[in-house]
Design a protein around this ligand. Structure first.
Ligand code: ADP
Length: 193
């Protein structure tokens, strides 16, 4: 009888910041694999709210205790990282039809680069369908209420980032707010996963 091979999946992304849509996906796919590697992309081209180390710390705080989850960072090609961690499955979220074209391109390119790599698409709970990290930042900087969409420890860090004197409580305030587009503006293109 053949030996059972450990199924490792990688869930890559910027996670800047992680929100409930990401966490919902993690919860959904965790039971499907023996090991789930949440992989934070180093992307020099994107101006980030949190450094990669901060993002690793935040995600570890939120999912660290869950069995079978690992939180790592990577740069360069995803398929190379997957070889390093011994994974063949990429998990990606599909929120709306608009995500499809880009995700399809990435899946095909990754398969071309390594034919053993398979991409699995998952849909989040309906209430997170419109949620993206870019929109979270935009709403936050404009003073909107993100409770129920972003975990409280992440919101607390965002408040401190905006105004280091701000405590755990209270709204985001205005200090340090970058010139942001209106909430109605299109959320930024997602990073190459
Ligand atoms: P974003 O597109 O939010 O800036 P990331 O690059 O961090 O995010 O996305 C990482 C992965 O998480 C991608 O596969 C993306 O499809 C998925 N994802 C992002 N937002 C959601 C959401 N609201 N629900 C489900 N999956 C999501």
């Amino acid at each position: 009888m053949s030996e059972r091979v450990e199924r490792t999946a990688v869930y890559p992304g910027s996670f800047d910041p992680i929100h409930n849509g990401h966490l919902d996906l993690i919860e959904r796919c965790r039971p499907m694999y023996d090991r789930l590697v949440i992989a934070v992309l180093h992307n020099e081209a994107k101006r980030a709210l949190f450094s990669v180390d901060e993002r690793l710390e935040i995600i570890r705080e939120l999912v660290g205790e869950r069995a079978g989850c690992e939180v790592l960072s990577f740069s360069g090609l995803l398929v190379h990282f997957m070889d390093q961690v011994g994974a063949r499955i990429v998990v990606r979220g599909l929120r709306a039809v608009t995500d499809f074209e880009y995700e399809f391109q990435m899946a095909m390119m990754n398969r071309r680069l390594n034919p053993r790599v398979e991409t699995v698409f998952m849909a989040p709970k309906e209430e997170y369908n419109y949620l993206s990290s870019s929109l979270v930042k935009e709403v936050f900087f404009l003073g909107g209420d993100l409770s129920g969409l972003v975990p409280e420890p992440v919101l607390a860090r965002m408040r401190r980032r905006l105004d280091p004197r701000a405590g755990q409580a209270g709204g985001p305030g205005r200090a340090g707010r970058p010139g942001g587009a209106a909430v109605a503006g299109k959320a930024g293109r997602r990073s190459a996963g």
